[in-house]
Design a protein around this ligand. Structure first.
Ligand code: GDP
Length: 325
């Protein structure tokens, strides 16, 4: 039977009032735009779609706020809600947000009836403008109000997740990573495999990144520390810059692996996987003897290469399997 590629696409729908920050989030996360450059973004009037890959194909569809959700002539909202895996609703926390919350409740009520399995994710966005204390107060207030609204609609059982985000730091990537991971059905197997890689390679933390967006689609089961995430994500940029030096050469001869030692003594390790993914890990081995020719370090790296190649093979098998399913 032919594989329907549409079935393999998990779509995330991005909604929110005008100026809440939807286009900025897409430009920063998927197009490497500098956050300050979003100040001059033109307001979009058409729905736009960004696609990216992980084990599954993912699409992020942005519906401009000024369009009415219930204007059937513009797009078939019922069909859209039936087909998506997650709804991300962006709230501007620096602005008066009561009308956004009203809009959100209407959308949840509508979406939940069409697609009860939908993941509902709320970004309390632009938190860079709020003090530390005020962030938590705002989150508490929004969660309380959303809970009350759902109660009014008789939807008290509906799960809604909240994230504090800003395009000026890594919080928006962290939120997207956690949201995307809910849509990757292979996540438990991936986590198990990454735990094994950790255990046998002496890593402190390992991520499986989508290289272009720097969303991590899986990590080992130890907690994520945002600074470790930042260091690993930045290492991807450094590696891509190095890759640029080889632009003239054949695709096949471009480096697929990069190892680097930080001033702190930690070692960063990047290895390209399939489908635009890369495994990036941080480790503190050989910290006491940071010479490049340290035989322990050399030995450790060849063991790591072996383990990571085994992981890559498993990933290929998983990808084949997910296509057949
Ligand atoms: P959209 O209409 O929902 O697509 O909103 P835009 O993406 O056009 O953003 C509206 C404004 O919010 C722009 O001036 C952005 O620079 C600004 N903005 C977006 N995200 C953030 C953020 O995290 N923090 C701050 N301070 N401003 C943001």
């Amino acid at each position: 039977e032919a594989i329907d590629s549409k079935d393999k696409k998990a779509t995330i729908l991005l909604m929110g009032l005008r100026r809440s920050g939807k286009s900025s989030i897409c430009k920063v996360v998927f197009h490497n735009m500098q956050p300050l450059d979003t100040l001059y973004l033109e307001s979009t009037s058409k729905p736009t779609t960004e696609t990216f890959t992980s084990l599954i194909d993912l699409a992020v569809m942005e519906l401009p706020g000024q369009l009415s959700l219930f204007e059937p002539s513009l797009y078939d909202s019922e069909k859209i809600f039936a087909s998506i895996g997650a709804l991300i609703y962006v709230i501007d926390s620096q602005d008066e947000y009561l009308s956004a919350l009203q809009n959100l409740a209407v959308i949840i009520n509508y979406a939940y009836k069409i697609n009860p399995k939908l993941h509902i994710e709320v970004l309390i966005h632009k938190i860079d403008g709020l003090s530390e204390d005020f962030r938590l107060d705002t989150q508490r207030d929004i969660m309380q109000r959303v809970g009350d609204d759902l109660l009014d609609y008789g939807l008290e059982g509906v799960q809604v997740s909240f994230y504090l985000t800003s395009i000026f730091d890594h919080s928006v990537y962290e939120a997207f990573s956690r949201i995307v991971q809910k849509l990757v059905v292979e996540l438990p197997q991936l986590e198990n495999l990454l735990d094994l890689v950790m255990q046998y390679s002496g890593f402190d933390k390992v991520f499986l990144f989508d290289v272009n967006s720097k969303i991590y689609v899986a990590t080992d089961s130890s907690p994520v520390d945002i600074q470790t995430y930042e260091v690993c994500a930045e290492f991807i940029d450094v590696t891509i810059d190095l890759d640029g030096l080889y632009e003239q050469s054949e695709e096949a001869s471009r480096p697929t692996k990069c190892v680097s030692r930080l001033q702190s003594g930690s070692v960063l390790y990047l290895h390209r996987m399939i489908r635009g993914l890369a495994l990036v890990a941080i480790s503190s081995f050989g910290k006491d003897d940071p010479r490049a020719e340290n035989p322990n370090v050399k030995n450790a790296i060849s063991i790591i290469d072996h383990n990571v190649n085994v992981f890559k093979k498993s990933l290929e098998t998983m990808w084949e399997g997910s296509r057949i399913r």
